[in-house]
Ligand binder design. Structure first.
Ligand SMILES: Cc1ncc(COP(=O)(O)O)c(C=O)c1O
Length: 404
């Protein structure tokens, strides 16, 4: 890599900066043989719950299991329909299926790329009937619709208040996929205050996959909830269905967070607010450099949102051409995600066409994620933005029939 190359993500610098503290965690685990459970896990759970302004956090082995256990603990039953978006990582729908339910898709909002509350409402009013007890029954599948999973994609919360209002009317449980949104905030007009991701739904799932805003040094996740009964159920599910050793009330899973990861996460959690603030500053700088230029659509942050920019995603006409150009200039990029779930082979049995969810289909073809991490320098951002604009201006000239 050339000296002025800009990586998509720098996972090395923050670990070098914290090397002494992180190594001490590992040494402590070795010297106490404290590998599973114990104070490291409990301390992290308390600290993460406080960070999310939630009563309870349960440490788990991944975000996928966090979502699966949250759904199960909230009473989602085999055969239920659970609504979510097609523009997300497949773990969202894997967790729904693995909980025994069936995902059904609702299209996303054109500007935020998150669940469209307007389309959710349209679906519930026009594509569902109501049974005797007032539950929504999907006309698509004939299944009872019992839950909705808004995904706070790229670090920005979905429009929770509108979603919660519909959920109340249609008796849906709201479970947040907050796997990309540690620390994101939503302003509730109803309560006249900001809420943290993971504190508004019945339960929420977080991933600590290494590249996340709060990342472990391996696999890890957590579920949050305000409800002690749901927290207790998730604790049982993660530990073979036992609340007391070898007394199994239900069949569960091996879904525990290990003590070393909990200790490492505890160290990093102390820096998360500052890292998130740095991401917001980097996003504002990209906006300053890129906004208002033809051919580039910058991320949209509604007034009710404080996003934590897990990813900084722009839209352009020739996405593949731009990525090729940036790669030639030594700039790393990504696509999150190139194929929406309704068009994935894994869901071919749903028989969806691209036009069923037109916004998700269009967005997936135009998005590109630019380098985004707290240590990104102003010079690196200027280089990235300069190359994006050089490419899009050339593209515009070509389209207008002028020499590139
Ligand atoms: C939106 C979303 N949901 C769920 C997950 C699953 O998390 P994990 O990889 O920790 O299982 C991820 C992680 O990439 C994600 O981005």
């Amino acid at each position: 890599m050339s000296a002025d190359a800009v990586p998509f993500l720098d996972l090395i610098t923050p670990h070098i900066e914290l090397e002494e503290e992180l190594t001490a965690v590992f040494r402590r685990a070795l010297r106490t043989a404290g590998f599973i459970g114990g104070p490291a896990v409990e301390d992290f759970e308390k600290a993460f719950a406080a960070f999310c302004e939630s009563e309870h956090a349960v440490g788990l082995n991944s975000g996928t299991d966090a979502l699966r256990f949250a759904l199960m603990a909230c009473g989602i039953e085999a055969g239920d329909a659970v609504l979510t978006v097609p523009h997300t990582f497949i773990a969202t729908t894997e967790a729904i299926s693995q909980a025994g339910a069936f995902p059904e898709f609702i299209d996303i909002d054109e500007r935020t790329y998150n669940l469209s509350a307007a389309k959710l409402e349209e679906y519930l009013r026009e594509q569902c009937s109501r049974d005797g007890s007032g539950r929504a029954i999907s006309r698509r599948s004939g299944r009872p619709v019992t839950a909705v999973v808004p995904v706070h994609l790229y670090g920005q919360m979905a429009d929770m208040e509108s979603i919660l209002r519909l959920a109340e009317e249609f008796r849906l449980t709201v479970i947040e996929d907050a796997c990309q949104a540690h620390g994101a905030e939503y302003f509730s007009a109803k309560h006249n205050r900001w809420f943290k991701a993971g504190s508004m739904g019945k339960a929420a799932a977080f991933s600590f996959y290494p590249g996340k805003n709060l990342g472990a040094c391996g696999e890890a996740g957590a579920a949050t909830t305000q409800d002690p009964a749901i927290a207790a159920k998730i604790r049982m599910l993660r530990d073979h269905g036992q609340a007391h050793k070898y007394y199994h009330d239900i069949e569960g899973y091996n879904g525990r967070l290990d003590s070393i990861q909990a200790g490492l996460l505890q160290v990093k959690l102390g820096h998360l607010a500052q890292w998130n603030a740095a991401r917001r500053e980097r996003a504002a700088e990209y906006n300053r450099l890129l906004a208002g230029h033809d051919g580039v659509v910058c991320p949209y942050e509604p007034s009710w949102s404080k996003a934590v920019y897990h990813l900084y995603v722009i839209r352009v006409g020739d996405r593949d051409g731009l990525m090729k150009h940036l790669k030639e200039e030594g700039i790393g990029t990504g696509i999150h995600y190139p194929v929406p779930l309704h068009l994935q082979k894994a869901y071919a049995s749903m028989h969806h066409a691209a036009a069923d969810f037109p916004v998700a289909t269009r967005v997936a073809a135009e998005i590109v994620s630019l380098p985004m991490f707290p240590q990104l320098t102003a010079a690196q951002q200027a280089k990235v933005a300069g190359e994006v604009l050089a490419f899009t201006a050339r593209e515009a000239r070509t389209l207008a029939g002028q020499p590139a």
